[in-house]
Design a protein around this ligand. Structure first.
Ligand SMILES: Nc1ncnc2c1ncn2[C@@H]1O[C@H](COP(=O)(O)OP(=O)(O)OP(=O)(O)O)[C@@H](O)[C@H]1O
Length: 245
């Protein structure tokens, strides 16, 4: 089976500066990866490249076995249908109910209304959103809103989920709640997850592979324990994780 992600020698220049430098990273399908890095490390730039929203200045990006540079518009749309994304900034539509927000990605789908309702119920139960169908997003806690965004990104059953800014705006309780929901998701699906975060303390609760990105460079890739161990002995990595940035 092809890797979910294979990045080879990725550079991204922004305003003449290398905002991403020589990123090499492989992730087998089914694995879960958390990319941590301080503000401005390049996490969002990298996620936009993986989603095919931008093209890299150099390097090759393979997603689910496909070289993004080789895809025409139709092939790119077909690949996007196998991906889901939760991006920074909150994107729920205020005038729509939770259920209407959830169903947005299916608006051009050939699914029947019954099938759509079934998929919506399934994902809402999985993410502990039962009973909130008719609420407007503003009536929900931030943690619940984030889970609705997650549900919307999953409703078409993607193989690969990109979640940029995992803990953004969430308090510690909501973060733990979200990690618990994700653990259920991991048990019940074959999803591959790539999440980004700027909080190194997330590592303690996450049993994922971890990549540390700092100033556009990948400093480390391994298990969460290995990153924590390395941060105790490597001054530069520690500075990247906890130093005044
Ligand atoms: N459109 C843009 N124009 C100019 N510079 C940009 C643009 N987008 C990103 N950058 C710069 O590229 C670098 C990486 O930004 P990016 O948003 O990817 O960081 P990040 O790791 O996602 O940060 P955060 O944790 O704050 O979301 C930063 O120095 C940022 O200022």
């Amino acid at each position: 089976m092809a890797d979910a992600l294979d990045l080879d020698g990725i550079f991204q220049h922004v305003k003449g500066r290398a905002a991403l430098s020589d990123i090499r990273l492989r992730l087998p399908q089914g694995d879960w990866l958390l990319i941590v890095g301080p503000n401005g490390a390049g996490k969002s730039l990298l996620m936009r490249l993986v989603l095919g929203l931008d093209s890299p200045s150099a390097g090759t990006i393979r997603v689910l076995g496909q070289d993004l540079a080789a895809l025409n518009g139709r092939a790119m749309r077909a690949l996007r249908a196998r991906m889901g994304a939760v991006l920074q900034g909150g994107s729920l539509l205020a005038g729509y109910s939770v259920l209407e927000n959830l169903l947005l990605p299916l608006r051009d789908s050939p699914m029947s209304r019954d099938q759509m309702a079934y998929e919506a119920r399934l994902v809402m139960t999985l993410l502990q959103l039962d009973g909130l169908e008719n609420h407007p997003p503003r009536a929900l806690s931030l943690g619940q809103q984030r889970r609705v965004e997650l549900a919307r990104a999953l409703i078409h059953r993607p193989s690969l989920l990109i979640w940029d800014g995992f803990s953004d705006g969430l308090d510690p309780a909501a973060i733990q709640e979200t990690l618990a929901v994700l653990a259920t998701l991991r048990e019940n699906t074959k999803l591959t997850l790539i999440a980004t975060d700027n909080r190194p303390d997330i590592l303690a609760g996450a049993d994922y592979r971890v990549a540390v990105l700092d100033r556009g460079r990948l400093l480390f890739e391994g298990s969460a324990e290995a990153v924590i161990a390395a941060s105790a002995s490597r001054l530069d990595l520690r500075a990247a994780l906890w130093g005044g940035m």
